[in-house]
Design a protein around this ligand. Structure first.
Ligand code: SAH
Length: 267
């Protein structure tokens, strides 16, 4: 498989990203052959670790490019009081709302929630955590990370923390766009607040449901330098290998990163 000839931009997501197929493909704890989803488990462990770091707590958290998923909020929701989730596509926001409202047909996140509860010390607390997260997500809004104010025409008060998982590399066609998107979403967090990111490295495409989506090929230095030049100081960064041989993607590694927004964007 090859990357699409033309970068699949936000409009392609709006037109052809199927949230249910995406969830089935990437967010089950094991695949149809019973093989464990190491990608997901690794990311859950990284998120657990990052949200255990000192200083990662506060009132408000904004999730940028949430997609139809909640896994990225499971450890986070223990550290923040209110969460706002943002994504470009209507169907992804709708899919997320289905789960938040406990509607029939929503994706079953229970095995994933149980796994995170186990990391946190008590697997039996999954129902409690689900309820907590449902209460804490206050708004699900449209956003475009390529816009100076991603939530335009809504202006959000700057949050204590922003999280973005697997979004910017999917949304940005080149490094310049990636850097400006980081500045755009950086403005959503207070000076002194944090950015938590999970990013795939060396990936040019990922595929599911017979559709291929582009990805900006990044390496660790590119991401760290972009984060620094968007006005953040990197506090934590860890790269984990992605097992080769997956036909769905050419991803080689996953970067988990925490950064703190500096007082001045130029500083
Ligand atoms: N955060 C989720 C979803 C990642 S998929 C996860 O970790 O699995 C990439 C997401 O980026 C999709 O939900 C897509 O709708 C969103 N996206 C693509 N272009 C965007 C843009 N310009 N602005 C905001 N979100 C965008």
């Amino acid at each position: 498989m090859d990357a699409p000839a033309i970068f699949t931009d936000a409009e392609v997501y709006q037109r052809s990203f199927d949230p249910q197929e995406y969830l089935k493909e990437f967010y089950r704890m094991s695949d149809s052959e019973g093989q464990p989803n190491t990608f997901l488990m690794q990311n859950l462990r990284s998120l657990y670790k990052m949200f255990s770091l000192e200083g990662l707590s506060g009132d408000t958290l904004i999730d940028v490019g949430c997609g139809p998923t909640i896994y990225q909020l499971l450890s986070a929701c223990e550290c923040f009081q209110e969460i706002i989730a943002l994504d470009y596509t209507d169907q992804n926001r709708r899919e997320l709302e289905k789960w938040l409202k406990n509607e029939a047909g929503a994706f079953d996140w229970r095995p994933v929630v149980e796994y995170v509860c186990e990391l946190e010390g008590d697997r039996e607390k999954w129902a409690e955590k689900e309820e907590k997260l449902r209460k804490k997500v206050r708004q699900v809004l449209k956003c475009d990370v390529t816009k100076a104010n991603p939530t335009d025409p809504v202006s959000l008060p700057p949050a204590d923390c922003i999280i973005s998982t697997l979004c910017l590399e999917a949304a940005c066609k080149d490094l310049a766009t990636f850097l400006s998107a980081l500045r755009n979403i950086g403005a959503l967090v207070k000076p002194g607040g944090h950015l938590v990111m999970v990013t795939v490295l060396h990936e040019t495409y990922y595929a599911f449901n017979k559709q291929v989506f582009s990805c900006l090929r990044l390496d660790r230095n590119m991401v760290e330098e972009a984060v620094e030049s968007a006005g953040f100081a990197v506090k934590y960064s860890e790269v984990q290998p992605y097992l080769p041989g997956d036909v769905r993607t050419d991803c080689e590694a996953i970067l988990s990163l925490v950064a703190c927004r500096r007082a001045s964007i130029t500083g």
